[in-house]
Design a binder for this molecule. Structure first.
Ligand code: FAD
Length: 410
């Protein structure tokens, strides 16, 4: 479907990021046709690494892509948090076989463009999915019986169900609320380098997090261990003050922010590409993200600060949930989307809300708060999962037995 004009489709997904492609795939896997429109001329991901907890790898298994994902991802043995001011280990989480045994699925880190490509390939191989690029949705008009959409190039659609996966700056979100992204005041410099060029003095197979007053540095390998991903985050006075894009959060500001950190942190932060930075935003939680025949998912519905490593994971959870309810209430999309909201809103909102204080805790600067935090961290064991069970355990309570992915079937 590449011509302009008018098209009738049953289920239309707007946005072809990780959330949109996963949703199209999940719906098609239930035997339902789905059409996806993406504004960009090609399906691409900007940025570098992605952490994927068992709640996300469980979804990948259901979508039949876990085998392909595991082939290009890295299975870290542990995540370790260090104090960026003195190099002291604060706490850790065992992520190897013990984690997999507990949750049934692995904790992975990977390049986000590898994940997008795997989802795209799976969508292209699925006859029930049609994909279109260069379609920017500019108008959405829901009625009781259908939803009408218009794109910038004049193409129009009539759909039974519309799923908005159009990201942080979602157009479809305006149907629900007139709000704006909320600035955290923090920015990220991020990028990858060949693993042999990594200057870190810690184990390159670990997920390493350095926390310090108003900053953190995240490091882990991606692309089957060939690349090292680094994200240097800091509070930027110029970004927080609303200084225009080109003059804010400069590399000099990055260096200044990291000046008082230990050598491995300062040197690593200095080694990250300086050509671009990303301001970090979230939004306040919505009271509803499904209404009539339209629902939002992923960052369009619940954009969150990245500190829990859950934005994409939650979008993947949305995807299988949407496919499930649309299949269950096949003749009643309104009922299906109401069920979707009831199932997904509380959990996604919890992640969204928790990410803010979690970020504050990483970035603590006051001595009393720091002393209390560090004491609490030091007292827990790396294999104590009690704080993260809610995030990674199977919410259905089913035994954690992976099914076999098509790719891994001999
Ligand atoms: P997007 O990826 O934003 O996709 C939206 C798509 O919609 C885009 O392709 C866009 O072009 C298209 N679009 C937009 N408007 C229109 C329109 N009008 N018409 C048609 N198409 C449109 N998450 C994790 O789970 N783990 C992590 O470790 C992690 N780390 C992160 C680190 C950083 C520094 C950041 C910033 C985020 C991180 N996240 C992480 C969050 C994660 O990247 C996002 O939550 C996730 O990519 C959101 O996917 P999405 O498909 O909902 O939105």
């Amino acid at each position: 479907m590449t011509d302009h004009g008018h098209h009738d489709v049953r289920t239309l997904v707007v946005g072809g990021g990780i959330g949109g492609l996963a949703t199209a795939l999940a719906i098609a896997r239930t035997g339902r046709p789905v059409h996806l429109v993406e504004q960009a001329p090609a399906f691409t991901e900007v940025g570098a690494g992605l952490q994927l907890g068992a709640n996300a790898t469980r979804v990948m298994d259901r979508l039949g892509v876990l085998g392909a994902v595991e082939a290009v991802a890295v299975h870290p043995e542990r995540a370790v948090m260090f104090d960026a001011r003195n190099g002291e280990k604060l706490t850790g989480l065992t992520l190897g076989s013990l984690y997999r045994q507990r949750y049934g699925f692995p904790y992975l880190v990977m390049h986000r463009s590898d994940l997008l490509q795997i989802l795209l390939d799976a969508c292209l191989a699925e006859p029930l999915i049609t994909l279109e690029n260069n379609r920017t949705v500019i108008e959405v008009a829901p009625t009781a019986d259908d939803v009408l959409l218009k794109c910038a190039d004049g193409t129009t659609y009539r759909a039974d169900v519309v799923l908005g996966a159009d990201g942080l700056h979602s157009r479809l979100r305006r149907l629900f609320i007139d709000d704006e992204p909320v600035s955290s005041g923090y920015v990220a410099y991020r990028g990858t380098m060949p693993i042999e060029d990594a200057t870190t003095q810690v184990d390159v197979n670990d997920i390493v997090l350095w926390v310090g007053p108003r900053l953190h540095l995240m490091q882990y390998p991606v692309r089957a261990g060939a690349l090292y991903n680094q994200v240097a985050v800091f509070y930027s006075k110029t970004f927080a003050a609303g200084v225009p894009d080109s003059d804010r959060a400069t590399p000099d500001e990055l260096d200044e922010a990291y000046a008082a950190t230990v050598d491995p942190v300062r040197i690593s932060a200095a080694s990250i590409s300086r050509t671009r930075h990303w301001p970090l935003f979230d939004r306040d939680p919505l009271e509803h993200f499904a209404q009539g025949r339209v629902a939002l998912l992923g960052d369009a519905a619940h954009p969150m600060l990245q500190v829990l490593g859950q934005g994409a994971c939650q979008a993947l959870e949305d995807a299988v949930c949407l496919a499930g309810v649309l299949d269950e209430h096949v003749d009643n999309p309104v009922k299906a989307l109401t069920a979707y909201e009831q199932l997904r809103l509380p959990r996604a909102t919890t992640c969204q809300r928790l990410a803010r204080p979690w970020a504050d805790m990483w970035h603590l600067a006051d001595p009393v708060g720091l002393a209390l935090r560090d004491r609490a961290f030091r007292s827990r064991a790396d294999d104590d999962y009690s704080d993260v069970d809610w995030l990674y355990a199977d919410p259905t309570g089913q035994p954690a037995t992976p099914t076999t992915s098509p790719e891994t079937t001999p």
